[in-house]
Ligand binder design. Structure first.
Ligand code: NAD
Length: 395
């Protein structure tokens, strides 16, 4: 298949592009490189030394003999460029990773809130409008997040996107209706992902666009079979307080003997997935597009759930690290239960990588190898959800 990967230079997008290419698909990466500029803005760098995108794709050609094309385009603000790209590439599938994806970054200031809303909502809407304008039968695969469901402790396995509700009509007759599972976004970033869902519902109904929305858990790990083939293909690894996701942050902290920073009690339960499973799920979603009709296919892309405090203990036990409980910068429940259905991806053949695998140790070793690149002052999260949280942290 011909596949345009929007955001293909990012943490999930780069290894997914390589995996799709290695699986025999013709891949074009479309990226504005805004994520690399966010590193400059924040004064941080990936733990791993990532090469410029043109070097990455040239190395991949040498290593694999396969060509990945590369288009520099801001899909949120260059609509004509997006339409031209679709005309030139003529993709069968568009995989959409191209959004600002950090919740703390989205809450840093009014400017960051507005940037995240502007970038993410325009990016998604532009993609949908451009697909319709192209007149082509394109399957859109979008990376959403488990976070849209919110973290209420409901004694229910979270369904894959939809909930059937029963309600009495005006005559007292009970009616059933399937609705999108009600969202409860916990940041401006999650708010944009919640709004993406409505845009998908509309374009699927109105224009028959075939859409798969993958509600992904927190991704951990870095390297994949493809990125390990040459050091210049190495994947991005964010460890800082804005972009570092919780388990990857713990692994780097463990590698350099820095106390593991647990926000609040650590009683928050979250859904996780290894990067190797994430890219495999993308491939499975891409290759099963024929199943998708004008009802958005939602799949929960996660493999296990854990309490943050348990993860910290697991990592601390491996290396003898300390744990440092800090004021939670986020406005969220101290504790929650979470149980999730992921039948659809398992049904497509996903064979999950478990958290206690050797991969955890391999990631700590990677952290040790690149420890000289770590700026410890960038590890704490300095983004507060509201003034009360900031005051508590400053006390
Ligand atoms: P990332 O920031 O590493 O990558 C995103 C890429 O998109 C970057 O290369 C960036 O330059 C590009 N981009 C952003 N806006 C763009 C625009 N307007 N035009 C063109 N390119 C643009 O993020 P990631 O971790 O790879 O996440 C990718 C997707 O997966 C996101 O949508 C995110 O919400 C979702 N996701 C990620 C995680 C995770 O743990 N990393 C978890 C759940 C969901």
């Amino acid at each position: 298949m011909k596949i345009a990967v929007l955001g293909g230079d990012g943490f999930c997008g780069w290894p997914s592009s390589l995996h799709l290419s290695a699986s025999g698909h013709d891949v074009t990466i479309v990226d504005s490189l805004v994520r690399r500029r966010a590193d400059d803005e924040l004064g941080v760098q990936s733990l791993t030394p990532i090469e410029p995108l043109d070097v990455r794709v040239a190395v991949w050609k040498d290593v694999s003999g396969r060509i990945i094309d590369n288009v520099d385009l801001d899909i949120a603000h260059d609509y004509d460029g997006l339409v031209s790209m679709l005309d030139d590439v003529r993709p069968d599938v568009v995989v959409h990773f191209a959004e600002q994806r950090s919740a703390p970054y989205s809450m840093k200031s009014p400017a960051h809130k507005r940037y995240t809303a502007d970038n993410n909502i325009n990016a998604t809407h532009n993609v949908l409008a451009a697909i319709v304008q192209s007149g082509r039968d394109v399957h859109l695969v979008h990376l959403g997040t488990m976070g849209v469901y919110g973290y209420e402790s409901v004694p229910l396995d979270l369904p894959e996107g939809y909930l059937t509700v029963s309600y009495p009509d005006n005559n007292g007759v009970m009616r059933d209706r399937e609705i999108l599972y009600p969202t409860r976004p916990g940041s401006v970033y999650h708010l944009t992902k919640s709004m993406d869902q409505l845009m998908f519902q509309f374009y699927a109904q109105n224009d028959g666009v075939r859409i798969t929305d993958l509600h992904q858990g927190i991704v951990w790990g870095t390297q994949t079979a493809e990125t390990e083939q040459d050091v210049r293909l190495i994947n991005r690894f964010d460890y800082d307080g804005d972009y570092g996701t919780v388990l990857n942050r713990f692994l780097v902290q463990a590698a350099i003997g820095y106390p593991l920073t647990v926000h609040g009690s650590g009683g928050q339960t979250r859904a996780f997935i290894n990067i190797n499973d994430s890219i495999e799920c993308i491939r499975l979603a891409v290759e099963s597009g024929d199943e998708v009709g004008n009802r958005v296919r939602v799949m929960n892309q996660m493999t296990e759930t854990h309490k943050v405090a348990d993860l910290a203990d697991l990592v601390a036990d491996k290396v003898g690290a300390q744990i440092d409980h800090q004021v939670n910068p986020r406005a969220e429940a101290d504790e929650n239960a979470l149980s999730v259905r992921n039948d659809r991806l398992l049904g497509l053949g996903l064979d999950p990588v478990r958290l206690d695998s050797d991969l955890l140790t391999a990631e700590i070793e990677l952290g040790k190898h690149y420890a000289h690149r770590i700026d410890m002052s960038r590890i704490p999260c300095r983004s507060y959800w509201n003034r009360d949280r900031q005051s508590a942290a400053e006390e």
